[in-house]
Design a protein around this ligand. Sequence first.
Ligand code: PMV
Length: 335
Amino acid sequence: MSASRATAIAPSNIAFIKYWGARDLDRAIPVNPSISMTLTRCASRCTAELRPGSGPDELAFREAGGELRTPGEGFSRPVFEHVERIRRRYDRSGSFRIATENTFPSAAGLASSASGFAALTLAVTGALGLSLDPRELSSLARRSGSGSAARSAIGGYVEWPAGAGDDEAHAVALAGPEHWDLRNVVAIVDAGPKAVSSRDGHRRAAGSPFYPVRQRLLPERLAEVRAAIAARDLARLGPAIEEDAIELHLVAMSSRPAIFYWKPGTLAVLEQVRELRRCGVEAYATMDAGANVHVICEPAAEDAAADRLGELPEVRTVIRDRVGPGPRLVDEHLF
Ligand code: PMV
């Protein structure tokens, strides 16, 4: 067996309806369906090289423009576990040399596990000479434990059903990226790593007295978001995604022990988004398990949203992203 190498780029995604709470956290079986938009600019690139023999797997990581370095145990363990999971699933031998980077600054404090595990899964299976269809890629990326990676395996507008929760569960496309040119202006108000991982957040969610309330409200909201995407109706989509983000944070804040992801800058941005709307700029906010705010709008509103948010003293950087086509194999290897 000679060495073979593959490099994948996979985008991050922003959830309109959030995955929050799991039936089985290790296998990433969600309690509720989630819906997201796959992004373009916020992405991970991963090169995997398969080598003969039974040596240890190796991993290097870099932030955009930085040096490749050996990451700490907390970063590398889930990566090595996922590589081993893929090797076992396809009954293969050999060891992997892996390098991965985020195309956006990690210091931006954006969750990168979705793009990271989608890119890793595509690169490792590519190095094994396997060609997975998007559903297989989604299902395999999900099993990394980062459930939202299931959605990053598919481009455009994506739903990850809660379904029966079987091991092959995967996300599906609701519409391709060409269906609706939505933009995501990300206002970075906190560059640090989040205090509580989303894994702990999922674990604590069911302890919140508001968790069953959110679950009760979700079927109607999911239907609203699906219909709004189908009709390209931002006035319908926006209020639903804002409600869902606020409820995720209500659940987090009322978990035991409580989790506060918001910072003062989060509220400043939320207020500015409301102000933008009062001025006729149609833009809506959502937040993942962190303090940064993703502002969803159409192209005509993007400049105004980016300019006004960038002027806030609490905002360190603004990243302009947009809906995109999902992961792909490329020839630009990291080593
Ligand atoms: O995929 P995980 O386990 O990192 O969880 C993602 C959780 C949220 O980002 C808050 C919501 C989502 O659906 O992406």
